[in-house]
Structure formats: C-alpha cells, structure tokens
Design a binder for this molecule. Structure first.
Ligand code: COA
Length: 127
C-alpha cells in the first residue's frame, strides 16, 4: 500500500466490499450491474443521513466505468452529499479498487434519492 494517503483514503467509505467469483461476467471481470447495486446501497447510506423516512432512488446519472474490477479486490464506495432539496438528496459517488497495493479509480456517479410516504409519494425530508 502506498504510504502517502489521498483524501479519499483518509475518509471512510459508505460501503467497502470484496467482490467474489459469483459477481463476474463471462470475461471473468466483475459484472457492471454488481457495481451499480453497491453504488445504489452506498449512496442510500449517505442520503439516509438527511431523513428518517424511507427513500428510493430516482436517478443514477452518468455512470462511466473507467477500469475493470477483478475478483478479490477490495472496492470502496465513497459518498458525499452535493445537494439537499425539499424531498430529494443528491449524492456524488467515487469508487476505488485496491489493486496490487495501489488505488484505482473505477467510476464516479451522481445519484438522487427521494423521501417517500407510505403511498410512495414524495414527502419533505424533514418535517
Ligand atoms: C421517486 C418518485 C417517488 C418521484 O416521484 P415524482 O412525482 O417524479 O416526484 P417529483 O416530481 O415531485 O420530484 C420529487 C423530487 O425528486 C426530484 N427528481 C425527480 N425526478 C428527478 C430526476 N430525474 N433527477 C433528479 N431529481 C429528480 C425532484 O427535483 C424533486 O426534488 P425536490 O423536492 O428536492 O425539489 C417516483 O418517480 C418513483 O416512485 N420512482 C420509482 C423509484 C424506485 O422505485 N426506485 C428504485 C429503482 S426501480
């Protein structure tokens, strides 16, 4: 592991996982949909800090996979709130894989979550 730490290494990820052979595509690298599922969960962990109500994902914007992820790599999902609206929270995500002691930036994405009531209708994040 590099001894010099980037800001992302210093802050805690919302989610950190090790990806397994069951997560691979036919080429042997990690299936993009698996990364999307973890992205969604990690972003939700961040968005849930802003409300006590259930939240749903309304948008996953511009997800670009810049690097593949390999079996056994530790993948970290970093989340930061970029906007708190009336019923919605926008979250920026960065995903890094640890490969051979170095951090590889896999993808970035912007997700939006909406607070809903029991009928699935948007409701204010806070009373
Ligand atoms: C999320 C959902 C309740 C929003 O309903 P809606 O009638 O479109 O809501 P509104 O137009 O009142 O918008 C609600 C908030 O979401 C935001 N929003 C809606 N669509 C958005 C989009 N495409 N991108 C970004 N934000 C969006 C609005 O800006 C608004 O935010 P604000 O209150 O903070 O200003 C509805 O679209 C839904 O149920 N979607 C399915 C959610 C789901 O099941 N996700 C899991 C994947 S299947």
């Amino acid at each position: 592991m590099d001894t010099q730490q980037s800001p992302k290494q210093i802050r805690d990820p919302a989610v950190r996982v090790v990806l397994l052979p069951k997560d691979t595509n036919q080429h042997g690298t990690i299936f993009g949909g698996v990364i999307l599922a973890h992205l969604d969960i990690a972003g939700g962990v961040e968005a849930a800090k802003h409300t006590d109500h259930p939240i749903v994902t309304v948008a996953m914007n511009q997800v670009v996979f810049k690097e593949p992820v390999h079996v056994g790599e530790v993948v970290s999902f970093y989340a930061s709130t970029t906007k708190v609206g009336r019923t919605s929270v926008s979250v920026h995500m960065d995903v890094e894989a640890c490969r051979g002691g170095k951090l590889v930036h896999v993808t970035a994405a912007d997700l939006v979550y909406v607070s809903i009531d029991k009928n699935g209708v948007p409701r204010p994040l806070r009373p």
